[in-house]
Design a protein around this ligand. Structure first.
Ligand code: IMP
Length: 180
């Protein structure tokens, strides 16, 4: 029988820092794809707030779609397996695709998604991740646009969850689970 747990969280990245950084990433994407159309693909559900804020700061012809995969169970550890839960609504053939992720951790999810998307013949395919935890990487994948590189902590907020909770926090916070 497990002991009861008390959940506490502390702010790691404040909402103002997130806003400034999202704007900077959007400016870079706008410069890099000047004069072209881009297609943002958000990985549900964690990337929904990041995608919504990023898309509104990009000054290009932009379309969006969503994909959903299962990689984590209810807790903090990855199952190590990735499977597709919801596919894209539209074809990406010939498009400049930017895959928008909440966090790059082991890289298993991104590795899986890149393999799936590459087969669909986009014109270009790159990755924007709000957070990067490079110390946890198991697959050699990288994001082209990174919001923040963070230490090996479990974080919640601004889209990121723990057992489907905390996504609506405005700041990115470190979640601490202590046994009582
Ligand atoms: P990866 O496949 O290990 O890179 O994990 C990617 C997915 O795991 C992310 O899209 C998140 O949904 C989840 N994840 C990884 N680290 C965290 C974290 O610190 N907090 C919340 N979710 C996380």
């Amino acid at each position: 029988m497990g002991a009861a747990r008390r959940e506490t969280y502390q702010v790691l990245i404040r909402r103002t820092e997130i806003k400034n950084r999202v704007e900077a990433v959007a400016r870079k994407i706008t410069r890099d794809f000047k004069g072209q159309r881009i297609h943002l693909i958000g990985v549900l559900k964690g990337a929904c707030f990041f995608l919504a804020d990023l898309a509104r700061e990009i000054d290009l012809e932009t379309s969006i779609d969503f994909i959903s995969v299962a990689s984590y169970g209810k807790g903090k550890e990855s199952s190590g397996q990735v499977r597709l839960l919801k596919d894209l609504d539209n074809s990406i053939a010939g498009l400049n695709v930017i895959l928008v992720e909440d966090i790059l951790d082991t890289g298993l999810t991104l590795n899986y998604l890149l393999n799936v998307l590459k087969q669909r013949k986009p014109k270009t395919l790159c990755v924007a991740a709000l957070l990067d935890k490079p110390s946890r990487r198991l697959k050699p994948v990288k994001a082209d646009y990174i919001g923040f590189t963070i230490p090996n902590e479990f974080v919640v907020g601004y889209g990121l969850d723990y057992a489907e909770r905390y996504r609506n926090l405005k700041d990115v916070c470190i979640l601490d689970l202590r046994k009582q």
